[in-house]
Write a protein that binds this ligand. Sequence first.
Ligand code: NAP
Length: 302
Amino acid sequence: MSNVEKVLMASQGPEFSQLVQGYWRLGAWNMTAQARLTFLKQHIELGISTVDNAAIYGDSEQLFGEALALDSSVREQIQIVSKFGINGIAPATGEKRVSHYDSSKALILSSTENSLKRLGVEQLDALLVHRPDFLMDVDVVAETFAELKASGKVKHFGVSNFSTSQFELLQSRLDAPLITNQIEINPINFDVLEDGTVDQLQRLCVRPMAWSCLAGGDLFSSDSDQARRLRGTLLELQTELDASSIEQVVFAWVLKHPSNPVALIGSGKIDRVKETIGALDLKMNTEQWYRIWTASKGHGVA
Ligand SMILES: NC(=O)c1ccc[n+]([C@@H]2O[C@H](COP(=O)([O-])OP(=O)(O)OC[C@H]3O[C@@H](n4cnc5c(N)ncnc54)[C@H](OP(=O)(O)O)[C@@H]3O)[C@@H](O)[C@H]2O)c1
């Protein structure tokens, strides 16, 4: 099994591990703080040093921070990504009427401050805009990013779920390159391969971060015709590629894209994390890649 390597995300850095551990579902893993630390150390040991979190992920930043606090030597071994911008209704107070996106200066600063506090760290390696805010004033965002960088609270900035024009608009006001667009890429939904999103990243030599590579588990559990077709093809390819699971085949499919994505892992089970690493050794050819495309679409290419 390969050890996971670090890769450059954009021309001015940072370096992230080619597989990134996602912590969205941490609250559901029901682990003690010690078990969370053990899991973190295990994936670091495998080379998965970058971790993904977000202000909106329930108590996951807090739970992660509690684990990190048990061993102060771990912070310097990891790269922490977090995100801001989804202003949800707090169940306890319900003071807002609808959840909404917010990229105001006040929100960015308070969200970042709260993420740092919950994680128990002084700096984020990268802060991403979680979802594009229709009211985003890019001059305000750029000014706020500059302030966060100058204060040392954030090293790099990026976006998530941005269209090409939104990416270009924000980039036009920044001195340093946005380091990623974190986007959904899996065999059930790969709109970003068709709408120009990954073409833009490839042109700029900025790596996407691919989220929900297993479609949040739907690839295994969905009864849709599309998911059934995909499971059949993935099983065939598992045998052909001598892979040990269909997950490996899916991750190899995502990683084969020439925009050179780094892929997020969503499982909190270390055996599944190890399994995913096997994808880095698979050699999928172009015809095999298109068999998954064809199974997803339900028709061949024109
Ligand atoms: N930027 C965004 O808008 C955005 C959106 C969504 C996610 N993300 C990020 O991407 C990360 C990964 O997303 P994700 O959690 O949706 O990833 P995913 O890998 O698509 O889905 C993970 C889910 O699939 C299940 N699973 C894995 N292998 C399985 C198998 N063999 N059989 C059945 N179920 C299986 C996992 O269950 P187990 O836990 O039981 O293994 C887990 O519930 C998140 O943690 C978050 O950091 C970002």
